[in-house]
Design a protein around this ligand. Sequence first.
Ligand SMILES: NC(=O)c1ccc[n+]([C@@H]2O[C@H](COP(=O)([O-])OP(=O)(O)OC[C@H]3O[C@@H](n4cnc5c(N)ncnc54)[C@H](O)[C@@H]3O)[C@@H](O)[C@H]2O)c1
Ligand SMILES: CC(C)[C@H](C(=O)O)[C@@H](O)C(=O)O
Ligand SMILES: [Mg+2]
Length: 370
Amino acid sequence: MIPNKKILLLPGDGIGPEVMAEAQRVIDWLTRAGRVRFEIAEDLVGGASIDAHGRPITDAVIARALEADAVLFGAVGGPQWDAQGFDNRPEIAILELRKRLGLFANLRPAPVFDALIDASPLKPEIVRGLDIMIVREAIGGIYFGEPRGIETLPDGGRRGVNTEVYTTGEIERVARVAFELARKRSGRVTSVEKANVMESGLLWRQTVTALGAAEYPDIHLSHMYADNCAMQLAKNPRQFDVIVTGNLFGDILSDLASMLTGSLGMLPSATLGAADGEGRRHALYEPIHGSAPDIAGKGLANPLAQILSFAMLLRYSFDMQEDAALVERAVSAVLSSGMRTADILQAGTAKIGTRTMGDAVLRELDKLGG
Ligand SMILES: NC(=O)c1ccc[n+]([C@@H]2O[C@H](COP(=O)([O-])OP(=O)(O)OC[C@H]3O[C@@H](n4cnc5c(N)ncnc54)[C@H](O)[C@@H]3O)[C@@H](O)[C@H]2O)c1
Ligand SMILES: CC(C)[C@H](C(=O)O)[C@@H](O)C(=O)O
Ligand SMILES: [Mg+2]
């Protein structure tokens, strides 16, 4: 008998548990409908783990994540843990998970739902049908490069150091993910760096160019400096399909891209490792937003990025395309019915909270697939 797939839920802090609860209800709905049978476990990360264990993530949680077929992550962080110090901050949990699971490719799709065209700050004709995919390198670059740290100088001043490092191997493996995705989409990749200023950016450009020429001559590859890319995303996002970029630029550009779709509360992500000989790979799914301390505990958070992250989990980890599409269609239908959390509020729509949005998704699931 095929064993049940194991999913580890890591809700985290702030709005993390609030939005995870709604994703969990979607999992429960699919289970009741007889469509899935998962073994679900849950554990602590971030500030919640600091409170319980003194550390943002324990070895036991890393071991459970390594053993799981997929991890669904909420968000970590919050001002109440600032006093912990930099080396014990909640954010270490997600960085450590990505690193220890070898999750080098962070896929951040930014599709514009038809119902949210008016929620975008850009004109309807610019955002209608827009569907950008940012592929962000997730375990290298300036986030992890050495040397790093803060040191005291002889004159009593201090020096903060971080180092951007990329090897050709790290660049090639994430670029390959972008090229492969582009083959199934429009056949266009834009590679983004600062090759005009940084040696790591120059190596990035040379490596992506060489890989494209050698293995992906059918893909139209272009290059752009990261600062220009930020401007072009706000001005003319239709020129982009797949964007591939490093860790820091990908973090910033995906938050920017989220606003084209109406809200940061809408964007899911998948962070994938390399497949082994049997096609098995580690994977973690999470919204791109954080723990939103300003609205945490108020029941106001938009749970759709978390629910759509679960849909990505079904798609990428379990190849359950129909179930993933069902969840995405339910989200789309909810938006078409005018339901809006405060972050995507538009003229003429009424504000609802996290739970009511979750209820609405379940109702649409009943209608579409019950
Ligand atoms: N992967 C993660 O766990 C992750 C990601 C980003 C930030 N963080 C952490 O989260 C904390 C807060 O960071 P921040 O304020 O810069 O970014 P944030 O993404 O938490 O919030 C930015 C703004 O967007 C709003 N927002 C975010 N998600 C929302 C949602 N689902 N529904 C409605 N509104 C939403 C917030 O209310 C806030 O105004 C920090 O500790 C940060 O390090 C964690
Ligand atoms: C919390 C932080 C470490 C994280 C990142 O910078 O990768 C977040 O901003 C994200 O986008 O997932
Ligand atoms: Mg971010």
